[in-house]
Design a protein around this ligand. Structure first.
Ligand code: NAD
Length: 459
């Protein structure tokens, strides 16, 4: 497929300076919100058809967060986009220094399937707020949500400003041939490498929002009832198909029996089922088979039932678990929770080091030293203490990975900054010019320079 014409129309739109006005950006964001609000029931229907996500979960984890992001951007845009004054160093006296927030240009947003609306629209909102044009490529796996996003956006926005391209690998590969001013990708580390390589050809900056195996610590002093309640909700939300979900549990040996008992009781309390709206289908047969291969007769401690026709896997706890088991070889991304035990923190931290730097880490403990050691010794993107995944919902916190779980961040102002260039400016009046920096260099000049400007602080 050839996208030359589309890219040209977006570039022309951008160069027409239309996106530079804050009023224009706010109007587009308002149009988007109105469009989504007016079509809420269709958005619910489409995602239910794709993987039976209920209206409540769709509202809570997709639409609410999108509406909030739009409102927040509209409310704060004047401030985010404002010229930022900074002080000027003595050597440049007299002058003013400031940073301009410059839009990057034509941007590409590529979404993952697991929260299809959220992962497509939230980066697009940030890009629009920052004054760019957007080509959005949703994941092809939830085909109904992808088709609906294309229909809504493409019939309500100028193609040169905001446009959806549907498709899978061939379409994305063709799109990546084009020169963008920014690519924002959410997906797996494997495809992240492909995106990064394609972007390098044009020196296009990228933000990669990837995944990993997220460790979750339950130390012996954890408040088990509260901790397990929060962690279980986070783990089985979206049927475990969440990039920030706890991937595996590291529980202290001394509390393992109590932990497992309470864990099972908490799971049972929720009566997880698609019909009750608190559980979803696995997105496709490929992922169902992948998850199924992690279950063996020996390791299922609780659950383990699979209904292939319904693409359903019961909330499942694996225990005991060996580090060589299939479940510990890759990101799980499903409703399977392996539980491992540790005797001391060194041992537990060493387990996390077997894997690439994860997107998230969660610590359930009241001990300052435990928290301090985990936070300082393990590198991960973001996390919570005595909670799981809820850091994601605070737009005052940057959301993003580190190492193989990605780089760059977004949400709230962080998204605006991700899609902006910080244009650093020094502005001088003409009434004074010190001649010290100019040739001819003399010993006296050097001494004055050293004394006046670079005497510095002695350490
Ligand atoms: P994926 O990498 O398979 O697909 C993501 C996107 O890339 C899709 O739009 C897909 O069409 C496209 N794509 C797939 N193969 C491609 C190729 N060869 N060339 C070009 N484009 C290609 O990921 P997924 O299965 O949609 O999502 C699951 C992964 O995403 C997990 O690793 C999860 O942790 C991660 N994820 C991360 C976040 C985050 O915010 N960090 C959020 C959700 C999911």
């Amino acid at each position: 497929m050839n996208y030359d014409a589309l890219l040209e129309s977006q570039r022309n739109f951008f160069l027409s300076q239309g996106t530079k006005s804050l009023k224009f950006r706010k109007e587009q964001l308002k149009t988007l919100k109105r469009l989504l609000k007016d079509n809420e029931s269709r958005l619910h229907e489409a995602i239910y058809k794709d993987f039976k996500k209920s209206e409540t979960e769709n509202y809570l984890t997709e639409l609410y967060l999108i509406y909030h992001e739009i409102d927040n951007a509209i409310k704060n845009l004047d401030q985010w986009a404002r010229k930022e004054r900074v002080s000027t160093n003595f050597f440049n006296f007299p002058a003013r220094s400031y940073i301009l927030k410059e839009p990057l240009g034509v941007t590409l947003v590529i979404g993952a399937w697991n929260y299809p609306y959220n992962l497509c629209f939230i980066p697009s909102i940030a890009s629009i707020a920052a004054g760019n044009t957007v080509i959005l490529k949703p994941s092809e796996l939830p085909s109904n949500t992808s088709a609906l996003m294309a229909e809504l956006i493409n019939s309500n926005f100028d193609k040169g400003f905001f446009h959806v391209i549907e498709g899978g690998v061939p379409e994305t590969t063709a799109l990546l041939e084009q020169r963008f001013d920014k690519i924002f990708f959410t997906g797996s580390p494997k495809v992240g490498q492909i995106i990064y390589q394609a972007a390098a050809k044009h020196l296009t900056p990228v933000t990669l929002e990837l995944g990993g195996k997220n460790p979750t610590f339950f130390h012996k002093d954890a408040n088990l009832s509260m901790g397990i309640k929060r962690m279980v909700w986070a783990k089985f939300l979206n049927s475990g198909q969440t990039c920030v979900a706890p991937d595996y549990i590291l529980v202290h040996e001394d509390i393992k029996e109590k932990f497992l008992k309470k864990l099972v009781a908490e799971i049972e309390k929720h009566n997880y089922s698609i019909d009750r709206g608190n559980f979803l289908q696995i997105i496709n047969d490929h992922n169902l088979k992948r998850l199924q291969s992690m279950l063996t007769n020996d390791n299922v401690y609780y659950g383990g039932n699979v209904n292939e026709g319904e693409r359903y896997i019961e909330p499942t706890v694996l225990y005991p678990v060996n580090l060589d088991d299939a479940v510990m070889q890759e990101e799980i991304f499903g409703p399977i929770l392996p539980v491992l035990t540790y005797r001391n923190l060194d041992e537990a931290i060493a387990i996390t080091r077997r894997y690439e730097k994860p997107l998230s880490c969660y610590v359930f403990s009241g001990s300052r030293s435990v928290k301090r050691r985990i936070l300082s010794e393990i590198s991960f993107g973001c996390g919570s203490i005595n909670e799981s995944i809820m850091n994601y919902s605070n737009d005052k916190l940057p959301f993003g990975g580190v190492g193989h779980s990605g780089f760059g961040s977004y949400h709230g102002k962080f998204g605006f900054d991700t899609f902006s260039h910080q244009k650093a400016m020094l502005e001088k009046p003409n009434w004074l010019e010190l001649n010290l920096k100019y040739y001819k260099y003399t010993k006296t000049k050097l001494n004055i320079i050293k004394r006046l400007f670079f005497s510095g602080i002695r350490y």
